[in-house]
Write a protein that binds this ligand. Sequence first.
Ligand code: SF4
Ligand code: MSK
Length: 650
Amino acid sequence: MAKDKEKRKPEDISSDAAVCEMLKNMDPELSTVFDRSESMKACPIGSSVSGICCKNCSMGPCRLKEGKTGLCGATMGTIGARNLARSIAAGASAHSDHGRDLAHLLGLAAQDKAEGVKIKDPEKLIEFAKVLDIKTEGREISEIGVEVSEKASSLFGQQTGEVDVIKIAPEKRQEIWRKNNVVPRGVDREVVEMLHRTNMGVDQDVENILNQAVRCAMSDGWGGSLIATEISDILFSTPKPNKAKTTLGMLKEDEVNIVIHGHEPTLSDIIATLADNEELLEYAKTKGANGINVVGICCTANEVLMRQGVAPIGNFLSQELAIMTRAVEAMIVDVQCIMQSLGEVTKNYHTKLITSSPKCKIPGAIHMQFEENNGLKLAKEIIKLAIDNYPNRAKEVCIPDIKSDLIAGFSREYIKYMLGGKFRGSFRPLNDAIIDGRIQGVVGIVGCNNARCTHDKYHNYLTKEFISRDYLVVQTGCGALSTAKCGLMKSEAMELAGDGLRSICEAVGIPPVLHLGSCIDNSRILTVVSDMVKEGGLGDDISDLPIAGVAPEWMSEKALSIGTYFAASGAYVAFSGEPIPVESSIEVKEEMTKGWQKKYGGQLEYIADIDELLNKVIEVIQDKRKALKLDVAKERVLLDMEARRSLKDV
Ligand code: SF4
Ligand code: MSK
């Protein structure tokens, strides 16, 4: 292992300075995901670069190269489309199952039956109730909460009609979806049909498979994820900007460190709230600790960062290293993006690994199951267990002395408020800034880290490049944490922004990179772009907007679902890092680019070279500006107002 480590310098492995520090100091006998990425190469056929692999029946796995078919006659195109579609179904399931649980929790919280959880944003509940056509006038909040819970839950099992949260999208967009028959009928229905159609010997037509893949992804972005975000805001509060600090350096030498990791906001929100509970703090003192330090990893971190300012210590690839600091008393994990290696890593340290969801048990972990009626009691038990573990900590800890400031907490509601004020909240100033060219466009840089790319490098590189060219960057998930760690989410980052973007950021008082939340919260971006269209002046559909999405270090199947629902919503989307599992099929790639462009005005493609991707995104956005005649507007604004007025005649 030590020999493997000599191959790459820490700086070639990660752009996170605290992670590099850990890699320099860690026990050379131990293995991390970075080591395994070197010792175990990806299967070239499985990754679909030089062929494709199908294992949908026991006559296979069939490994195909150009010109061959599987035993059943399946072509590379059919297998590529099926593989992508199955990944989308899995990704959509993960997000949607999360949304389902929150919908159920809302009903219990409304009836005071969810321990430690209450409706924190009744205004948002009323707004969401209206989207679901639920009467709100003259009704108690609890009553509305129960009905919203029931209606939202019913959208998962609905069999016919439309998942009616799509009404949030601009009218024209809804018509495009109806015309192409991709409006989800019910969240679960689309996933089940996707799995059926990709079963051995069913759907064999590339376009037909991908049509359903789009409908399935739509049931995530405009279904399960959107429901999850709206209800998370209702229950745990709609985010407002808050200051925090980040990196592994936020672990504390003299306090009980508790890491919350995964994706769910429920138990983690209660644990974070209890960090300054007097009784628990007193108990911590009896064990020699000066406090309780709750910090986060991955999207659970993003959930509590957005609402409570809890420090995110890292993203996906930092999870093993957090334990290797020897300073973590307990790591509580819920669902998604939790490496199984944590069970092995904790064997070498005093850290207690605790699983809390019935959906995720890990060998080597203690299972302490969260139920809607035990949140507070369980959170206290977990914190006490962590406190009891503090005296078992090694004398020497290894916490990197590196920290970075950040501002997070940009919800759609807050963006509207910050631009227009409480009583006239509006996207007008943003649209105007885009129209007059101070902001060239909006780029969403989202998604995971991938151990086969230099950790955080592409996220940070692209973010810097875009803001320097006056593109406002919005982020979610691990991508958001990448840039936060390298200091791009603080006011000082304004210096890196182009003059136009900087003038807006200074006027409004925001950083040039906005943190919109967890992976689930990509649905926030959908609602923001829908509002931008409704505000007017930038066309009448999402596909008219000068926007694009990028996932430069993607890893999870959820990213494929996200990329697909953005493309189906009219955005240009590019992935980089590792290829999308369709690379060996020209037929599939053509449908996802030219085909989807024609149908939805958006597309999804993989571009290996990061500068090529940067230029492509700029080209796409500039083409949109041209189509809106904004390229002309910018020059005329710089000349005089008269010329700008005459633009109407162009
Ligand atoms: Fe091979 Fe066809 Fe079976 Fe796939 S479904 S494993 S291509 S025989
Ligand atoms: S946690 S899905 S690695 S963004 Fe949402 Fe990060 Fe990707 Fe998991």
